[in-house]
Design a protein around this ligand. Structure first.
Ligand code: SAH
Length: 248
């Protein structure tokens, strides 16, 4: 059970595996006005940057679960680097169906709502770990511009245009699911560049060192095609945000 290696090749230079910059991740944490000692569960936590930096800066404690052995190892190393190993722990495992032993104050899934088969199922999954009155955090793409056809949606790495909503529609969807949206932090196009364009140099450097690897042809092909595809499609059509929710 592990994340396919192509992802860890593309994102080996990233601490945050989503379009939020380090500055916006910190601003998001501050915006939530979390008391020191707030207990956080982060499903699909990636390399643990949210938990580690919020533990250092805001005094939260927490657990992260991720299916990638590479990322969970990096998360543990980051916790040691930031001196927060007594406050955060990282578990390698499938987050689908994962429920905390003790209810938490804040339950998060930032950029992996497929673990609950979409936004509704992920909100429900997180709710099973949340204390009454707690806060839910969901990171999710939305259509910045409505794709004119299915080919455009697929070029944005969506299976279909129906995978995502426009921003107002996504916010209304949270309300329909029974939540108030109480905060949000959105990525702009420059933030997207830091997430996507930064992968190209990582891939190029990897390719220079690993020309004989079984994934070399795939990586070379991505380097040939992805930058223009991203400029034409993803950068124009896809938005991304993290939404803080509380039960209505
Ligand atoms: N929340 C992190 C990572 C987002 S990228 C951040 O914002 O930095 C998506 C993450 O989901 C990856 O780390 C990947 O390993 C993880 N993932 C994918 N499927 C998963 C599953 N079934 N259970 C747990 N983690 C999963």
């Amino acid at each position: 059970m592990d994340l396919p290696r192509i992802f860890t090749i593309r994102e080996s230079g990233h601490r945050i595996h989503n379009p939020l910059t380090a500055g916006k991740l910190a601003a998001l944490g501050e915006s939530l006005r979390l008391a020191p000692g707030t207990r956080v569960l982060d499903l699909a936590c990636g390399s643990g940057e949210l938990l580690c930096t919020w533990a250092r800066d805001l005094g939260i404690t927490g657990t992260g679960v991720d299916i990638s052995t590479v990322f969970t190892e990096r998360a543990r190393a980051r916790a040691a680097e930031l001196g927060v190993t007594d406050r955060v722990e990282f578990v390698h495992g499938d987050a689908a169906g994962h429920v905390a032993d003790e209810p938490v104050d804040l339950a998060a899934c930032v950029g992996a709502t497929w673990i609950g088969d979409g936004v509704a199922g992920t909100a429900e999954l997180l709710d099973r770990s949340l204390r009454p009155g707690g806060m839910t955090l969901i990171g999710e793409p939305y259509w910045r511009r409505t794709p004119p056809d299915e080919a455009t949606a697929r070029a944005c790495h969506a299976a279909s245009a129906a995978d995502f909503l426009p921003l107002p529609g996504l916010i209304e969807r949270f309300r329909e699911l029974g939540y108030h949206v109480v905060e949000m932090t959105l990525a702009d196009q420059d933030d997207w560049d830091r997430y996507v364009a930064a992968q190209w140099l990582t891939m190029r450097r990897w390719l220079d060192r690993n020309g004989d690897d079984e994934l070399a042809a795939e990586v070379r092909d991505e380097l040939n095609t992805e930058p223009a595809r991203y400029a034409r499609y993803g950068r124009e059509y896809l938005g991304w945000g993290v939404f803080a929710l509380m039960k209505r």
